[in-house]
Design a protein around this ligand. Structure first.
Ligand SMILES: [Zn+2]
Length: 222
């Protein structure tokens, strides 16, 4: 890996720096350790449940230690290391902040993913999906006129209901993480993420059908 430095020690001063992005001895930015995951990058415990305020605090702390502005006088190599480490903590923050992307990342860490079976509508939301698709078909066939306007109103109402449902599902997912308190149940995690993915796609279809007018002010969180 690094020429002239033993693995786990600082390339500049030789101090023990295993798993650290910044040397505790001399503050030199280290090459990103190959086995560092997003939790480790932000110094967070590897758990599904996390305190987002704590994550933000650690993120800003890490960024201050790494920011390339601090390294204007540094060598090109140090600037390069700093950029690589900053990119990592930015990805880590983006991924871990939302319960949905955190859950997907958790699956990945456990060698799993949503995959192709996600194309099957989860039975728990099948009725809702069917109703929505039917309504969209009607709207497409309706053309223009008062009947089409009424349908648009119905589709708009479906959209708003779905957006609320998606927010509730996401909050519920975050609450489950707290209850699991450990590795959790990967099967249940997958089922919940699959529902959320499906509802998100459906919401996107509704937004397209409504011509994008409904997207403003809708907080989809992911
Ligand atoms: Zn050092």
């Amino acid at each position: 890996m690094e020429a002239g430095s033993r693995q786990g020690t600082c390339w500049r001063c030789g101090a023990e720096a295993r798993g650290a992005l910044v040397c505790p001895g001399c503050d030199a930015v280290q090459p990103v350790p190959a086995d560092l995951d997003y939790f480790g990058a932000l110094g967070l415990p590897r758990r599904l449940a996390l305190d987002v305020a704590d994550l933000e605090r650690r993120y800003h702390e890490a960024l201050r230690a790494l920011h390339p502005d601090r390294f204007q006088t540094a060598t090109p190599r140090e600037q390069e290391l700093s950029l690589a480490a900053s990119a990592l903590i930015n990805r880590a923050r983006r991924t871990l902040r939302s319960p949905v992307t955190r859950g997907r990342y958790w699956l990945e860490l456990h060698g799993d993913r949503l995959g192709e079976d996600n194309k099957r509508v989860p039975p728990t939301i099948a009725a809702e999906v069917f109703e929505t698709q039917e309504k969209l078909e009607e709207l497409r066939a309706a053309g223009s006129g008062p009947a089409a306007e009424a349908l648009r109103g119905e589709v708009r109402a479906l959209h708003d209901g779905l957006a609320r449902r998606l927010r509730a599902q996401t909050d519920e997912l975050a609450a489950r993480y707290g209850a699991w308190n450990g590795d959790g149940d990967l099967g249940e995690l997958k089922r919940r993420l699959s529902e959320i993915a499906y509802l998100t796609t459906l919401l996107g279809d509704l937004e397209v059908a409504l011509g994008g007018e409904e997207t403003r002010g809708t907080d989809r969180r992911h």
